[in-house]
Design a protein around this ligand. Structure first.
Ligand code: G3P
Length: 216
């Protein structure tokens, strides 16, 4: 299972990349806006840090403009994956881009039917948003179960990126369901590393060692 980091913050991307847990990066217009930077400049900076798929989202809403935008992003690097929303225009654009060999991550997916359409139209990746479903009292992880099951039945090559991750349990349940990737915010990545018994164990090992270190 791959871990992507869901951020456009360069310091965080460098930090967690050094920890060895970043296989790719996903961004969206809100994450770029949060950093207050130029999209092109930031994506090109990320490309220099992470050697893996980097998702960059289109701003256009009509298919022709989405295609133009996607083609431009794809010239930046082979690792660029163009994020396109799960709309009718998005699916029309996907069909064209997939034929051109441009990798597309279909985003804002909230139902198995949407995930099925994205796969049939040639998406390289699909991003179901689990946290936003949980937020409206639906079951985000049930969607992942349905999408992974459907994709297995038909051997779709489309990879499932579990997005809108809110806590470590989302990541573990995704792994249990065989999702290909989770895109994880920095705070959740930190929590995945931590366990109080690990910290307690390190502390007690060192305390015991102190008692005998002069005898070594
Ligand atoms: O990048 C897409 C997705 O992960 C956004 O998550 O937290 O805005 O629902 P969130």
């Amino acid at each position: 299972m791959d871990f992507y980091i869901d951020t456009a913050n360069l310091d965080d991307i460098k930090k967690y990349n050094d920890w060895g847990v970043v296989d790719g990066v996903t961004t969206n217009p809100s994450l770029i806006a949060k950093e207050g930077v130029s999209l092109e400049k930031r994506i090109k900076e990320i490309i220099k840090v992470v050697d893996g798929p980097i998702s960059t989202e289109v701003i256009a809403t009509d298919s022709e403009q989405m295609i133009q935008e996607a083609r431009k992003y794809a010239t930046w690097h082979d690792n660029i994956v163009v994020k396109i929303p799960m709309t009718i225009d998005g699916m029309k654009a996907l069909k064209v881009l997939a034929k051109e060999g441009i990798k597309v991550n279909v985003t804002l997916v909230f139902s198995p039917g949407q995930a099925l359409i994205a796969a049939k139209n040639g998406a390289a990746y699909v991003s179901p948003f689990v946290g936003r479903l949980d937020d409206i009292s639906e079951d985000g992880m049930a969607l992942i179960h349905e999408v992974t099951t459907i994709y297995q039945h038909y051997n779709f090559d489309t990879k499932v990126i579990v997005a809108s991750v809110r806590h470590p349990r989302h990541v573990i349940d995704s792994a249990l369901m065989g999702a290909d990737i989770a895109t994880i915010p920095a705070a959740i990545l930190e929590k995945l590393f931590k366990h109080p018994l690990t910290d307690k164990g390190v502390k007690s090992f060192l305390a015991d060692w102190e008692k005998v270190k002069d005898k070594q």
